[in-house]
Design a protein around this ligand. Structure first.
Ligand code: NAD
Ligand code: MG
Length: 416
């Protein structure tokens, strides 16, 4: 009798736990991934509660989000922007406004937080993303630059902290869906023969190197399939994004670049594939809408509605595939080489962030981006960082070198 009562009591406790509302932090809430995340969360308010949203300095966008979603906290990385946001909120607002990087780190590691969406763009997201990993959160990783730059340091923090690392990059989310759960982290023991990493080819697919010299930031940011932030749009146009994703896949699935082939698939319907020893190839398909991987990251191992329209294969009619053109887009080759160098991807990422910012500001040509990266990789001594301070020091050295190269190219050519 006592046993039966105990069982009933435990079942009741477990049922409460199963329906427990998860507390979610969205780092980079005003961006493309951040807004898609808020859209998915808003469809499932019975499962998720918005604990904190963060942004860099865009007060106007943040104000709209705070008024619409009323999170517990809104954090601006830039303290002045936080002050302005606080002054513009109505006094009765339930949202607490904070400013500065430490506030981002505190939110990502707070004990009452279950889920952290890491959607800050670039190396700037490393510290708060790492904090979520160290504190064992369910970590939805969109911020690929953090993982790629910090590599081993990041993975060790996630392992030691007991974090559940869920890839949000559509390709890695697809691989995650195609590799059985019990073999994740060691796919090659599960009969995986090759991972096929798909690439859209970006807006300039099919152009020669000489046709790329004069392209503008607006053209580079006009991606044919995906609507994304400006930095990743340029990365997609140079194919550097595929280089970051190659390194990302190596860390996430514990494999080497030789285990991964890049396949250009212009329709962005297949998000990646896994080929097995027995000849089977598993692929994940879906409309190009980041709400699908975001919803899967939030609900895994279950599935929830993402608001994405059903895939219509008949109207699609055709799926194409081709090899990447490494002569026209040398950034992918630079990444393939950098992955084999200690700290190489940290240097490459930093140089790319400097070069892309300069391109978007009109200080560098599109084809100048790979020149800056190649120069920086050559000049900055390769070293494997052992901790966060080592990663930040290497990133800093690469940024200085890349910035000097941008300025020299600008002097040589008189700008763009
Ligand atoms: P975005 O530019 O649209 O948004 C970036 C967000 O980061 C904004 O909220 C911004 O306020 C915040 N931010 C920028 N600098 C910051 C700083 N110094 N400190 C704190 N916050 C800062 O970018 P996005 O397209 O949403 O991409 C976000 C991340 O997700 C990137 O790492 C990108 O590579 C990755 N990703 C994006 C997509 C996509 O479809 N957009 C797909 C796959 C991966
Ligand atoms: Mg991707």
């Amino acid at each position: 009798m006592a046993c039966a009562l105990r069982r009933l009591f435990l079942r009741w406790v477990y049922s409460l736990r199963a329906t427990e509302v998860k507390q979610v932090v969205v780092l980079g809430a005003t961006g493309s991934i951040g807004l898609s995340t808020l859209d998915v969360l808003n469809r499932h308010t019975d499962r998720f509660n918005l604990h904190t949203i963060t942004a860099n300095r865009s007060v106007e966008k943040m104000l709209e989000l705070v008024l619409a979603y009323e999170p517990q906290q809104a954090i601006m990385a830039c303290p002045d922007a936080a002050e302005e946001l606080a002054s513009r909120l109505p006094v009765e607002s339930p949202t607490r406004v904070l400013g500065g990087e430490q506030a981002l780190i505190d939110a990502a590691s707070a004990s009452d937080v279950d889920v952290v969406m890491a959607a800050i763009v670039g190396f700037a997201g490393l510290r708060p993303t790492l904090a979520a990993a160290e504190h064992g959160k369910r970590l939805l990783l969109a911020n690929k630059e953090a993982l790629v730059s910090a590599g081993g340091v990041f993975m060790e923090a996630a392992r030691a902290g007991g974090a559940t690392l869920l890839p949000i990059d559509s390709e890695h989310n697809a691989m995650f869906q195609c590799i059985p759960a019990n073999s994740r982290g060691r796919p090659y023991t599960a009969g995986v023969e090759k991972i096929l990493l798909t690439a859209s080819g970006g807006p300039f697919r099919g152009r020669s190197r000489s046709e790329l010299a004069g392209v503008t930031p607006e053209q580079a940011c006009a991606h044919p399939n995906w609507s994304m932030g400006r930095k990743i749009s340029v990365d997609s146009a140079t194919l550097l994004n595929k280089g970051l994703e190659l390194a990302e896949a190596c860390w996430l699935f514990d494999c080497t670049p030789d285990d991964i082939d890049v396949v250009v698939h212009p329709q962005s319907i297949i998000h990646s594939l896994v080929r097995y020893d027995d000849g089977s190839v598993l692929a994940q398909l879906g409309n190009p809408d980041m709400r699908t991987p975001i919803a899967y990251g939030l609900s895994w191992p279950e599935r929830i509605d993402a608001g994405v329209s059903p895939l219509d294969l008949i109207s699609l009619a055709q799926l194409d595939f081709e090899a990447p053109d490494l002569d026209a887009f040398p950034c992918l080759r630079l990444a393939q080489e950098a992955i084999t160098q200690p700290g190489g991807m940290c240097v490459l990422n930093a140089a790319n962030e400097i070069a892309v910012a300069a391109f978007l500001e009109g200080q560098l040509t599109f084809t100048g981006i790979d020149k800056v990266i190649a120069h920086t990789l050559e000049k900055v001594p390769s070293v494997e960082p052992e901790n966060l301070e080592g990663v930040e020091a290497l990133d800093g050295r690469a940024r200085v070198c890349a910035q000097e190269r941008v300025e020299q190219l600008e002097r040589d050519t008189g700008g763009v």
